[in-house]
Every structure is written in C-alpha cells, then in structure tokens.
Design a protein around this ligand. Structure first.
Ligand SMILES: Nc1ncnc2c1ncn2[C@@H]1O[C@H](COP(=O)(O)OP(=O)(O)O)[C@@H](O)[C@H]1O
Ligand SMILES: [Mg+2]
Length: 251
C-alpha cells in the first residue's frame, strides 16, 4: 500500500505551522504527508490494528472503510497522535516528515498542521457554533479579526451562516456534524483526519461536505476519511478497506 498518487499542489495556508511538505524529492518519505508503517494497536486481547502500512501524499483524499470495529477510528486516532494511552502500539507514525507518538501527541500533530473531525463531533455543547470554531483558532494564535473572518467563512461553507449564535446542544446531529467540519476547515489544515464526517447528513449536505474535503485535497492537503458510505469512498482518490484491523484491499 505504498502508493503515491497524490499531486503536489499549493499547500493550504497554515499561519503558525511549519513550511509545506517538501514534495520535490523523488520517492522516499519526503513526498508523504502522513504515514503509518507496520502499525499495530492492541487493547488487551483485542487487536484493533494489525501491521497496517499507509502512506498519504499531499493532494490525496483517502477513504478508509470497513465494518464497525474494523479499526478505522483507531487508525485515525493513531495518525492524530490521539490514541488511548492504554493501547499497546507497535510500528511507526510519521507526520509531515516527523515521527510522532500515536498516543499523547495531539499537541505535536496540531503543530504539524493536523486537524481532526472526530467521530461524535467532539464539540463543546454549551458553547455556540461560532465559539466552537473560533476558540481553537484563537488558541492557535490566529489574530482575532482573521479568526472571526475564518469562522464566518467556514460556517458559511457548510451552510450554517445563520446558525452561528445557536448553542451546539440546540442544533440537530447533522448541523453539529457540519460545525465539526467547519471547525476543522477553519484551521486550514495540511492534513485532515475525518472520522465518518457524513454519517448524520442528508444527501445535499453529504455532497457539500464531500466536495469541501475534495477541494481541500485539491489545494494540496492530505485528507483521510473513515466512512461506511461506499459511494463517498468511491469519490476518493484512493479507498482502503480495513477488516479486523488489517488493510485487506485497496480499490
Ligand atoms: N479505547 C479503547 N479501549 C478498548 N478497546 C478499544 C478502544 N478503542 C477501540 N477499541 C476496540 O478496537 C477495535 C477497533 O475499534 P475502532 O477503531 O473504534 O473501529 P471502527 O472505527 O472501525 O468502528 C474494536 O474492537 C474496539 O472495541
Ligand atoms: Mg469508528
């Protein structure tokens, strides 16, 4: 699974982040935005991932499908440095050329330009939609006027321009999911890990979110999306299937 079909492109703007991935080197890890090598993850007796190797180049949108419990979320969490520290891990994760720990390394991966749309959204329900997008930008050091503008743009991009003042707990599941997508996009990530980002969406909003992820990849980001939606997976540049922790096929 060492494909490097992605195009290099203009890296998304990343104000506080590192310089763009060096995509000029032929071959080798330098062309890879994100990679797992021989990644194994166990929770006690449960093998969540078994010797998974995946390289994602800038410009790729990789769909990861597979049944519930196949290891999709575990893979994305490992790549984000956000894996449960109780896990036993073998193998390596490399983000933007830097080795990162699969557990307890979320700060490091944020600094490397990784944004996440977690399964279940991960929003603060007692904050408004706007606050959920804005606060992480301010925390990342984006100046207030720009952060406000990016928040407005990101909520508009997911069709929630009129919902910014609503508390998240007042929004529907689908609206909450779109806020989580907006929050990730507003960070202008070089790498986006989206865990079932369309699971709650109706047809039109699903198309909208998939188009936004494709657009981000076309701008040079590396995007990995876990999904049960095979139609969505078919629209990706690559489709990896997980089964009981093993990458069984690639379409
Ligand atoms: N934090 C955890 N503690 C114990 N078991 C876990 C944990 N996270 C995942 N698992 C187990 O690992 C396997 C893979 O889970 P997961 O990655 O969430 O699958 P998927 O996202 O494909 O549904 C499942 O058997 C799940 O129960
Ligand atoms: Mg999952």
């Amino acid at each position: 699974m060492r494909l490097r079909r992605g195009r290099g492109g203009v890296a998304p703007n990343q104000p506080a982040g590192p310089s763009p991935v060096d995509d000029s080197t032929e071959g080798g890890e330098a062309r890879t935005a994100l990679a797992a090598y021989g990644l194994g993850v166990r929770f006690g007796e449960v093998v969540a991932l078994d010797d998974v190797t995946l390289e994602v180049a800038p410009g790729e949108l990789v769909a990861v499908s597979g049944p519930s419990g196949a290891g999709k979320s575990t893979l994305l969490s490992s790549l984000a440095g956000a894996l449960d520290p109780a896990a036993g891990v073998t193998g390596r994760v490399v983000v933007a050329g830097s080795p990162v720990r699969p557990c307890d390394a979320r700060e490091a991966t944020v600094a490397l330009g990784v944004s996440v749309v977690p399964q279940g959204n991960g929003l603060a329900t007692v904050l408004t939609a706007t606050e959920n997008v804005l606060v992480p930008l301010l925390e990342a050091g984006v100046r207030a006027p720009e952060a406000i503008e990016r928040t407005r743009e990101a909520l508009a991009a997911v069709g929630l321009e009129d919902s910014g003042d609503h508390l998240v707990e007042e929004l529907s599941g689908g609206q909450q999911q779109r806020v989580a997508v907006a929050r990730a996009l507003a960070a202008r990530p070089r790498i986006l890990l989206a865990d079932e980002p369309t699971s709650e969406l109706d047809h039109a909003n699903r198309e909208l979110v998939l188009a936004l992820l494709s657009e981000l990849a076309a701008q040079g980001a590396a995007v990995v999306m876990a999904t049960h939606d095979l139609e969505a997976a078919a629209g990706a540049t690559r489709h990896v299937v997980l089964d009981e922790g093993r990458a069984t096929s690639e379409a």
